[in-house]
Design a protein around this ligand. Structure first.
Ligand SMILES: NC(=O)C1=CN([C@@H]2O[C@H](COP(=O)(O)OP(=O)(O)OC[C@H]3O[C@@H](n4cnc5c(N)ncnc54)[C@H](O)[C@@H]3O)[C@@H](O)[C@H]2O)C=CC1
Ligand SMILES: O=C(O)/C=C/C=C(\O)C(=O)O
Length: 505
């Protein structure tokens, strides 16, 4: 039996002193190790130190978690009133806020991101994701239709939402708490039970959330966490488990393809938010400073590890040189450093493996003839941080549109900037990608902004902004960037079945 996780928050700050954390599964309200005793190591992106050992789940753990979820649905959770469920989810949000510092420490230990970023975005959103869907499920009506029956009588149709059942929640490592709760919040609000498979890189916050669930009185089995890897491991076993009713996933398009095949067995619905190669478009009439600031965030925030990020920037020719120079200044002002330091402007990548991938694109850009405006390599770090997966924010110009650097998702702090001359041309270039997640357009001409929004093939179009989120709105990607929309009532569409009841009067 693993240590119970009241120890996790106590252990995380102790990382500096060299202690090792255990990350157990959370199944049926209890922290447990794998039956096999297997585990894998988890390293700090900051300095490469061993953070701890994560239990490696297999078929037994997935079976146990799915069975616990099913039992909860057949037991107290399934019969709980909507009001009580909503009360409990609000209590989860309050408890995350009460333990804000513990979640912050866990998220920062996992990802190495600046604490200033996590405390503004990741942790507040972790709590908000429970509150918003508690509100949504309580306040969203369903349809009713009166009808005349063939015999001239009356009938009344009304729809009721019923939970889908056991939901598999497969998560990535870039925004671990935010993205996991973006799925768990609505899934539970709709009355489902979940089995979460966190990314192998970021086990902490999903594990810690188990404590919160127990503390506020969520019944055992409603929220389960099984750690492990993807293929031939917990991820694959979970998504192909016959008693899972639906799968929600955020991550790479290739992984989405594998999960979709697994979900096809048993015809289970999927909700996918996948990769992107998003374009940023800046017109000469834009508020220049706001555009530079917005594109800088879109390219470099979270060390470029945001699926909504911008790796292709198109700038109208009259301001091209000035824009490149200004973005260079921004990139060079982002100082890498310890998450807790106030001056830290950029964290490390998630792992050395991911850094090798990003660096391979940095090499590729050079080979394809790019001019490196800034960056292009690994920054000099102090000895204590030299084992981390640090990388320089990087800007290129001069690549042709068929370079892999322009076409493939890199998921690092980098962008290519190209000049454009006409609206027509830039729309065509922005749309020339198999992806369709989002775009960010900067202009003071609102007619043009609306025209572009209509013609860009994306799920999300930000005008004079980026990553401005209203959680009631539809969120998701077009083309190979995803299937379905979540957010507000759209999440209810995925996490419930709508049952029509027809009453002959
Ligand atoms: N939000 C996004 O769009 C993200 C994109 N990425 C991109 O994906 C690349 C690979 O990163 P990964 O962490 O390996 O992403 P991934 O998409 O392979 O993994 C995400 C999650 O899926 C699980 N998984 C992997 N294969 C699976 C399978 N066959 N069945 C079920 N679950 C499976 C993983 O264990 C993890 O929990 C990165 O280099 C980055 O470019 C990574 C993270 C987030
Ligand atoms: O829901 C949000 O606000 C953010 C979502 C971001 C991703 O899905 C991502 O970076 O993978």
């Amino acid at each position: 039996m693993a240590n119970d996780l009241s120890n996790l928050s106590a252990q995380l700050p102790a990382h500096a002193a060299g202690s090792s954390i255990r990350y157990p599964h959370f199944i049926n309200g209890r922290y447990v190790e794998s039956v096999s005793g297997k585990s894998f190591e988890n390293y700090s992106p900051i300095d490469g130190a061993l953070l701890g050992k994560v239990s490696e789940g297999g078929k037994s753990e997935v079976d146990a978690a799915v069975a616990a979820a099913r039992a909860a649905l057949n037991g107290p959770w399934g019969s709980m009133s909507l009001n009580r469920r909503v009360e409990l989810l609000n209590a989860v949000a309050d408890e995350i806020n009460r333990r804000f510092d513990d979640f912050l420490a866990a998220e920062v230990a996992d990802t190495g991101k600046p604490a200033s970023l996590a405390s503004h975005i990741d942790i507040p959103r972790g709590a908000a994701n429970f509150k918003i869907f508690a509100d949504t499920i309580k306040n969203t009506p369903t349809e009713t239709f009166e009808m005349v029956t063939p015999d001239g009588g009356d009938a009344l149709n009304y729809a009721v939402r019923v939970p889908r059942g056991v939901i598999a929640v497969v998560c990535p490592w870039n925004l671990p708490l935010l993205l996991m709760t973006w799925k768990v919040g609505p899934a539970l609000a709709c009355g489902n039970a979940v089995v979460v498979k966190p990314s192998e890189e970021t086990p902490a916050t999903a594990t810690l959330l188990g404590e919160v669930m127990n503390k506020v009185g969520i019944p055992p089995g409603v929220y389960n966490v099984v750690h492990g890897l993807g293929p031939n491991s917990a991820g694959e076993f979970l998504t192909s488990h016959p008693d899972v009713n639906a799968v929600t996933f955020t991550g790479e398009t290739r992984t989405g393809t594998a999960i979709m095949k697994a979900a096809a067995n048993g015809v289970r619905p999927v909700s996918f938010e996948l990769g992107g190669k998003n374009a940023g478009i800046v017109f000469a009439d834009a508020d220049f400073d706001a555009a530079v600031d917005g594109i800088s965030r879109a390219a470099f925030a979270n060390c470029g590890q945001v699926c909504l990020g911008t790796e292709r920037v198109y700038v109208e020719r009259p301001i091209f040189d000035k824009f490149v120079a200004a973005l260079k200044t921004k990139a060079e002002s982002l100082k890498p450093g310890r998450p807790e330091d106030k001056e830290t402007g950029i964290g490390p990548l998630i792992s050395h493996e991911h850094r090798s991938k990003v660096l391979s694109y940095y090499e590729r850009a050079r080979a394809d003839g790019a001019t490196v405006v800034t960056g292009g390599g690994i920054p000099n770090m102090s000895t204590d941080l030299s084992g981390g997966s640090w990388i320089q924010p990087t800007i290129w110009v001069g690549l042709s549109e068929d370079s892999a650097v322009i076409r493939e998702e890199i998921f690092g702090p980098c962008c290519h900037i190209a000049p454009f001359d006409t609206e027509e041309e830039v729309i065509a270039r922005a749309n020339d990608t198999p992806y369709g997640l989002c775009t960010t357009v900067w202009t003071s001409n609102l007619s043009r902004a609306h025209r572009i929004a209509k013609r860009i093939d994306v799920g999300l179009c930000w005008i004079n902004s980026w990553f401005l989120r209203d959680l009631r709105t539809a969120f998701g990607g077009s083309k190979q960037s995803g299937i379905g929309r979540e957010g507000g009532v759209h999440s209810l569409e995925f996490y419930t079945d709508l049952r029509n009841v027809c009453v002959k009067l």
